[in-house]
Design a protein around this ligand. Structure first.
Ligand SMILES: NC(=O)c1ccc[n+]([C@@H]2O[C@H](COP(=O)([O-])OP(=O)(O)OC[C@H]3O[C@@H](n4cnc5c(N)ncnc54)[C@H](OP(=O)(O)O)[C@@H]3O)[C@@H](O)[C@H]2O)c1
Length: 324
């Protein structure tokens, strides 16, 4: 069986993304075949494309999609043909009309949530879940600093952190994004060209925040450490500006016994019970209106190059989906 999909033969910029016809492999016993209806675009896709996160080439791309189960392998009990499902996981190949995927990693989409919405929030929302509920458990009254607050993960995390009772300080690169982040739960905004630690001190009576969620990486690592109060925790979870350089643990001592963690989503949902727990919590918050979904960009799958150009040049806000 043939399907249309994005393939890369070499690492590089958006120009390496090729839209082509590929052969769909035979279904394995543990797999379901999914006909995609909406595909989530994520910054991690750019790391796979550039080679920052290496893969065997040629390779597909994309780590999140929603769709309909078309066929199941003999051992599959978690889903049935006709189910509307969403997933995130490896290997990257969700930039495709159809794919086969491990059925244990599929989650049935609740009736109240549309396919496009599920594809827009699954990877990003599960990331917000583990950041705020597991990596560092946000408590009511916490001061939280969150980078890329108007981005895909950002808009969900702002709303979720606010719901947990935090005071959310968002970092964004322009006034338009500032307004968007504010309307999604940010209490205060710092523009990325300001002196971030100084502004944080101004906003927190010179104390600093208890936690920083930093997805920018290399460029902001030390600003993030300098924004923390004693014993605070830096959750560095992305590389939008490049990976963080090696650093000396003494940097944590001289800033008063700080903690740093570098988590990845896969480690928090590797057991099905954790995936189900996280999905239920996310879907409940979306269904009850606590978290609103902003799908601010849509591209046909064949125009994925343009989607990558816009994401990397910081033109997008909220979630972006590709339509197969
Ligand atoms: N570790 C994990 O488990 C995990 C899981 C999901 C996502 N992530 C990370 O979370 C981050 C957000 O992912 P997303 O898909 O939701 O993307 P996104 O936030 O929608 O887009 C990235 C944003 O990062 C900001 N940024 C700052 N410096 C940048 C630079 N040098 N180049 C490009 N963008 C820059 C931009 O916002 P401003 O213009 O406002 O600065 C940009 O809009 C990414 O770093 C991603 O790798 C990590």
């Amino acid at each position: 069986m043939k399907t249309n999909a994005i393939r890369i033969n070499n690492y590089g910029g958006p120009e390496v993304l090729e839209y082509c016809e590929v052969e769909l492999p035979e279904l394995e016993e543990n797999e379901a075949r999914i006909k995609h209806t909406a595909i989530g675009l994520n910054f991690i896709d750019t790391y796979h494309r550039s080679g920052l996160y290496p893969m065997d080439l040629p390779a597909g791309l994309g780590s999140e999609a929603a769709g309909i189960v078309e066929a199941i392998g003999n051992d599959v009990t978690s889903v049935k043909v006709g189910d509307r499902v969403v997933y995130t996981g490896r290997p990257p190949d969700s930039y495709s009309e159809k794919r086969n995927f491990d059925a244990d990693q599929l989650v049935v989409i609740p009736d109240k949530i549309k396919d496009e919405q599920a594809a827009a929030i699954f990877l990003k929302g599960l990331t917000a879940w583990y950041l705020l509920r597991k990596s560092y458990k946000v408590q009511s009254g916490d001061d939280v600093l969150l980078y890329a607050a108007a981005g895909g993960v950002g808009l969900i995390a702002c709303q979720w952190a606010k719901h947990l009772g935090a005071r959310v300080i968002g970092v964004v690169s322009n006034d338009e994004k500032a307004m968007l982040a504010k309307s999604n739960g940010c209490d205060d905004i710092i523009l990325s060209d300001e002196n971030i630690p100084e502004r944080v001190k101004e906003l927190t009576d010179s104390i600093g925040v208890g936690v920083v969620y930093d997805s920018v990486g290399r460029d902001t690592f030390f600003s993030s450490l300098d924004s923390l109060k004693p014993h605070g925790i830096l959750v560095t979870f992305g590389n939008a500006s490049g990976p963080v350089d090696p650093f000396a643990p003494a940097e944590l001592a001289k800033r008063h016994s700080l903690y740093v963690t570098r988590p990845i989503l896969a480690d928090f949902i590797s057991e099905r019970e954790n995936l189900v727990e996280a999905s239920n919590e996310l879907f409940d918050l979306v269904s009850s209106g606590v978290i609103k979904i902003s799908i601010n960009q849509r591209y046909p799958l064949k125009d994925t190059r343009q989607a990558h150009i816009d994401l990397e040049s910081r033109k997008t806000t909220g979630s972006t989906i590709l339509i197969p």
